[in-house]
Design a protein around this ligand. Structure first.
Ligand code: Z5A
Length: 218
């Protein structure tokens, strides 16, 4: 059975994931690869409804950390079975803006849920569907905040419940990503996301290009 390649992007808000996901997708497609570009939470019709509930629904003020954990993984379980597994089985490249490391960072470290229980929920949601490569863009909090401010100025205000968390929460998330990356250096590659877009893009390509020949040969 042919098998594709699964690449996830991770990092704190404003680290530049979405920008780099777009650039990588364009480059891979221009080389003739079939690419599925996804985001979490979301990526399927059910997942996008869950995303709305998690971020923007008027009724979500009272959401507990446990409900948040389960909703993130409900969206993920759907995405894995509806899109990711069929795409990988067909030899496509899946590029995903966030995957389960975000749950460990935000719900585990950020919301301070028991990390073993968080892992058990993730394992149930994804089974053996794991990224081959995870690109972790790290930026200092001040850079991330400045980028989000400047983006906000150009967008209509849309309420996002997760962004309303306090500063300590985001500090725990940032620390959590560091712990996660250090624990799996084979899969997770850290890149300084504070560099210019083109520099980050070139570093990512240095990591992606060598593994492209694996497609179809797993
Ligand atoms: N979440 C969770 O809690 N648990 C989970 O399991 C999952 C997610 C999967 C999803 O929000 C939220 O869900 C997120 C985590 C949580 N919450 N928070 N808070 P989202 O999908 O709406 O957004 P995001 O994933 O946090 O990303 P973002 O804020 O959209 O940022 P980004 O994708 O990393 O960055 P960007 O959009 O590419 O860039 C931000 C701005 O900086 C933009 O104006 C760019 O033009 C600029 N930029 C990008 N790169 C550069 C460089 N290199 N230099 C200068 N400027 C740059």
């Amino acid at each position: 059975m042919s098998k594709g390649l699964f690449i996830s992007f991770e990092g704190t808000e404003g680290c530049g994931k979405s920008t780099q996901v777009r650039l990588l997708t364009d480059r891979l497609q221009s080389l003739g690869h079939r690419v599925k570009t996804l985001r979490e939470p979301g990526g399927t019709p059910i997942g996008e409804e869950i995303r709305h509930t998690l971020k923007h629904s008027k009724a979500n003020h009272a959401m507990t950390a446990e409900a948040e954990l389960l909703l993130m993984n409900a969206s993920r379980a759907q995405l894995v079975r509806e899109i990711i597994r069929p795409a990988l089985a067909a030899g496509e490249i899946v590029v995903c803006d966030r995957f389960y490391d975000s749950t460990t960072a935000y719900q585990g470290h950020g919301r301070e849920l028991d990390l073993e229980k968080v892992k058990a929920v993730i394992d149930f949601a994804v089974g053996d569907t794991r990224p081959d490569l995870t690109l972790f863009l790290h930026v200092p909090p001040a850079v991330s905040a400045a980028r989000l401010r400047s983006r906000q100025e150009n967008l209509p205000f849309v309420r996002d419940r997760i962004e309303e968390a306090d500063q300590k929460f985001f500090e725990r998330v940032a620390h959590g990503f560091g712990v996660i990356a250090a624990a799996e250096p084979q899969r997770i590659k850290s890149i300084n996301g504070a560099q210019p877009v083109e520099t980050v893009c070139a570093k990512i390509w240095e990591l992606v290009q060598p593994i492209l020949p694996r497609i179809g040969r797993w």
